[in-house]
Unconditional design. Structure first.
Length: 240
């Protein structure tokens, strides 16, 4: 049976009277590609912000491989293996592609910076652009660079917030292939609005609605779930 790498119990964050995340229980199984979906304002970004430590929880607990990390600051969670593209991997436009990844590698206990950077760059197919100034890369290549920077941290859990937004369809195909190649060493949690990507890529899906956990299941279970269809898919089959 698969083990749980990251879990949340009763996780809660309100903003004034707004219940952005409200008592959410969640389990991320090791090796999964787990998609988090839900209508706009459902609480997805807040939820991954709580997991990564970017936003402090008001109540509830978070555990990484059984260890309580609820009170750890974000940088300590990065050290423990949770990488969140939002906080870690914004590209420095004036630095070279190589130097951008080197900044991420430096946060790890690396023994050979140059070869670790080269490995991360070849993973995202940017090895031939190492000397290019990052700001001159195409948008799609900048997103790949972000991913390379996240991977360079060698995370156990990689959290991606809308990674395919703005990518061309060929770039999305490459992205899917890349994410699949990360398992089982890296477990992926992604917020994704593109339902084709979700249904094709995710091994498991969690649906949030109005800050609450609505459902978790395989893509076919989620497609068939009437509550999900009502709350999120407007009563239509997601595959339609
Ligand atoms: N810092 C904040 N202060 C006040 N309200 C906030 C804050 N951050 C988020 N919210 C509110 O909390 C709710 C959940 O927002 P969140 O961004 O987590 O949702 P989301 O599911 O990621 O939405 P989207 O799909 O549109 O990105 C929204 O109503 C949002 O306006």
């Amino acid at each position: 049976m698969a083990s749980v790498i990251l879990s949340a119990r009763g996780l809660t964050r309100h903003f004034g009277g707004l219940r952005a995340v409200d008592g959410v229980d969640f389990d991320l199984q090791t090796g999964d590609i787990h998609a988090l979906i839900g209508p706009n304002g459902a609480g997805k970004t807040t939820f991954v912000g709580l997991l990564s430590g970017r936003i402090p929880a008001q109540s509830g607990t978070i555990a990484l491989a059984g260890e309580d990390i609820t009170r750890l600051p974000a940088h300590a969670r990065v050290k423990k293996g949770i990488a969140y593209t939002f906080q870690i991997t914004s590209v420095y436009p004036r630095l070279s592609v190589f130097d951008n990844v080197a900044l991420a590698v430096q946060q790890t206990a690396t023994r050979d910076l140059a070869s670790d950077v080269a490995a991360a760059l070849s993973r995202v197919n940017l090895a031939d652009r190492a000397t290019q100034t990052a700001g001159t890369l195409s948008y799609g290549h900048q997103r790949l660079l972000e991913l390379g920077m996240g991977l360079a941290l060698r995370p156990r859990v990689l959290i991606l917030d809308e990674p395919t937004q703005g990518l061309a369809s060929g770039e999305i195909a490459n992205f899917k292939q890349l994410v699949r190649s990360l398992a089982p060493e890296t477990t992926v949690l992604l917020i994704e609005h593109n339902m084709d990507v979700v249904m094709d890529l995710a091994t498991r899906i969690t649906v949030l609605a109005a800050g609450r956990h609505l459902a978790t299941g395989t893509p076919s279970e989620i497609r068939a779930n009437p509550a999900v269809q009502d709350a999120y898919l407007g009563g239509h089959d997601a595959s339609a």
